[in-house]
Design a protein around this ligand. Structure first.
Ligand SMILES: Cc1ncc(C[n+]2csc(CCOP(=O)(O)OP(=O)(O)O)c2C)c(N)n1
Ligand SMILES: [Mg+2]
Length: 379
């Protein structure tokens, strides 16, 4: 029998190389030990030093997340979409990138932006009700967080393509939700990235819900990672609550994109532990038993158990990280309590080089409504 590969064999192998595994990649079990599933596959556990740093940023991220939710209750933040439970994805994305790479986040990614090194008060500025992004996108190489679903995918694809055209080896990582993968913009972006081999990593955080819509009503695909193959994009699925697996798979995805092999799609299976935002009540559409099942898969507990198990974390180190997180949260409270209120008429500035009569009219209307409201409160 000939051992030569036929064209059909080659095509089959190409397709197989693009498909995700049948089950999500997992390196650590819920108790923090390496899984039997840890091989053989190309995903090696990250170094202990990187996992220690991941743990630190995840703990700080969760503490700031809790603080931000509390600040919505005190009227200091207008809205906050919590990423509690999604810490491995949020921090893993940051650690897989170089400082010269770019992130294209959604409204859910405050934790990733903070892990990237942006001061929390700047990250939360938009969610406080300021009209602007709050941080300098160029300085941090993070696009403004996008609220219109999946629009950031198109930005990421175009941006990555342009960087490659200019001979730079920048990778763009775009965050998308499970719901976001149903949007036209997501499909246009991944198609463009596939055709033009743009160095984009699509990180789909499948947290089970798009507000109250569960995944079962969102998609009939066996995994959202299968959305890659239709566009010729290599894809993988990973246990999104396993910090070691998330970082390892994202490392591969970023290396793939950087080496000129084109885009990569990662579906991370995770769970949104809190409501969609403080304006939502998740108890209206999901049972507590479902939430409790995910408590047992907590990414921070899992990484802590793993690091303790290999002697890379002890009580003193845990206390030091927790103290650091407390101090970041205290600084955020202080900064948001003492910051000047946004000036409402700023909304009309910098829209056009020369303000239009229509904008002037709207600004005057707002000023008169604000004056009326002031009079009402004083009388
Ligand atoms: C184009 C568009 N349509 C609808 C909305 C309203 N909306 C805001 S968040 C959301 C759910 C998104 O779910 P998912 O993509 O899974 O992200 P998650 O909130 O779970 O992180 C919807 C429908 C929007 N922001 N943009
Ligand atoms: Mg979702």
């Amino acid at each position: 029998m000939s051992t030569e590969l036929t064209d059909q064999d080659t095509a089959h192998n190409t397709v197989q190389a693009m498909l995700p595994r049948d089950t999500p990649v997992q390196l650590l079990a819920a108790d923090g030990r390496f899984t039997a599933d840890a091989g053989p596959h190309p995903y090696q556990p990250p170094s202990v030093e990187r996992l220690q740093e991941m743990y630190r940023r995840m703990v700080i991220g969760r503490r700031v997340d809790q603080q931000a939710t509390a600040l919505t209750k005190q009227g200091k933040l207008a809205v906050f979409p919590s990423a509690h439970g999604q810490e491995a994805c949020q921090v893993g994305a940051v650690l897989a990138l170089r400082q010269t790479d770019w992130m294209f986040p959604t409204y859910r990614e405050s934790m990733a932006l903070i892990a990237r090194g942006i001061p929390p008060v700047e990250v939360l500025s938009l969610l406080r009700g300021d009209w602007h992004c709050g941080y300098d996108p160029r300085a941090h190489r993070c696009a403004p967080h996008a609220t219109p679903l999946a629009t950031q995918s198109v930005h990421a694809a175009g941006f990555a393509y342009a960087e490659a055209q200019q001979g730079r080896d920048t990778v763009a990582l775009v965050h998308v939700g499970d719901g976001g993968t149903s949007e036209g913009d997501f499909h246009e972006a991944i198609n463009f990235a596939g055709v033009f081999a743009a160095p984009v990593v699509f990180l789909v955080q499948n947290n089970g819900y798009a507000i109250s819509v569960p995944l079962s009503q969102q998609s009939a695909a066996p995994s959202l990672a299968y959305k890659g193959i239709g566009y010729g994009v290599v894809s993988q699925q990973v246990d999104g609550n396993d910090p070691a697996a998330v970082l390892s798979v994202l490392d591969s995805a970023v290396a793939h994109a950087r080496s000129g092999q084109g885009p990569y799609l990662v579906e991370a299976h995770t769970y949104r532990m809190q409501s969609h935002t403080n304006a939502d009540d998740a108890t209206r559409y999901r049972d507590d038993s479902e939430v409790q099942a995910w408590v047992a898969r907590d990414p921070i507990t899992r990484l802590e158990a793993h690091l303790r198990g290999c002697g890379a974390l002890d009580d003193d180190a845990v206390t030091a990280v927790s103290d650091e997180a407390e101090s970041v949260a205290a600084d955020l409270r202080e900064a948001l309590s003492t910051r000047a209120e946004p000036r409402p008429t700023e909304l009309f500035e910098h829209v056009f080089a020369h303000r239009t009569p229509q904008l002037d009219e709207q600004r005057d209307q707002l000023l008169s409504e604000l004056a009326d409201a002031r009079e009402e409160t004083q009388s």
